[in-house]
Design a protein around this ligand. Structure first.
Ligand SMILES: CC(=O)SCCNC(=O)CCNC(=O)[C@H](O)C(C)(C)COP(=O)(O)OP(=O)(O)OC[C@H]1O[C@@H](n2cnc3c(N)ncnc32)[C@H](O)[C@@H]1OP(=O)(O)O
Length: 208
């Protein structure tokens, strides 16, 4: 199969996981990574960091596809801003789905979103643009996740939960069905969330 070229924006740890998924999916040929000024010339797995943000306009003349592979815990603005910049430069921002993930035919996945290995998105769920649906996470039926969110490893979002723009749901967290998380929230790893969380709130479970 002819593979389309894709540029990866980010050169850290999360980029490695994303490279593994892109190679496994087999639809795109990675042409290189975009990193910070100091990362130029570095290699991540088998791929070179070929430029920084300032090179995006010129690279966009030859490479049409891109995806953001920067990680996200405390701030979503870095991923959001670079995503909007790529859009304004005319890049295509495909969604990438690991062949080991399951996406119901009744679910919707937005542009620029990556589903990593063993994630599950069930019927009626809607995932926005530029999200990370990380390894082994479970997005149950009718969940709605807005743009620029990160659902971390092994998090469980039960039926009808909602997650506002730019929120982070920590590793191994469990959201009770119907719970609503506001925008720009941080849900700490291992949290049990049984009530709604307001915009920009950091929530961690405290059982002591
Ligand atoms: C593939 C990947 O690696 S994806 C990344 C996966 N990683 C995660 O999911 C981890 C996400 N990060 C967390 O959960 C962090 O602990 C955060 C963001 C919630 C807080 O981090 P920080 O702001 O650095 O807070 P800090 O570690 O100083 O802790 C502040 C307080 O909250 C408590 N706390 C922090 N996280 C948690 C948590 N998940 N559950 C319960 N309590 C917590 C700390 O014990 C501390 O309590 P104290 O003030 O009584 O001493």
């Amino acid at each position: 199969m002819h593979k389309k070229e894709i540029l990866l924006i980010g050169a850290g740890g999360h980029a490695k996981s994303c490279i593994d998924v892109i190679e496994a999916e087999g639809k795109f040929q990675i042409v290189g990574l975009i990193g910070g000024e100091s990362e130029k010339g570095k290699t991540v797995l088998n791929y070179d960091v070929i430029g920084d943000d300032s090179d995006l306009p010129s690279l966009g003349q030859k490479i049409r596809n891109a995806i953001v592979v920067i990680g996200q815990i405390k701030t979503f603005e870095i991923r959001k801003n670079i995503y909007l910049k790529l859009k304004s430069l005319g890049y295509n921002l495909p969604s990438i789905v690991s062949p080991l993930a399951y996406v119901s035919k009744y679910a919707k996945i937005g542009d620029g979103t990556m589903l990593l290995h063993h994630s599950i998105v069930n019927a009626g769920a809607i995932v926005g643009e530029n999200c990370i649906i990380n390894s082994r996470s479970l997005i149950e039926h009718d969940v709605k996740i807005e743009d620029h969110c990160h659902v971390s490893t092994s998090a469980v979002l039960n039926g009808h939960c909602q997650v506002g723009e730019g929120s982070f749901i920590g590793s191994g967290s469990i959201l009770k069905e119907g719970v609503s998380i506001g925008s720009g929230c941080i849900v700490g790893m291992g949290s049990i969330v049984i009530k709604n969380v307001s915009d920009r709130e950091t929530f961690v479970s405290r059982f002591a």
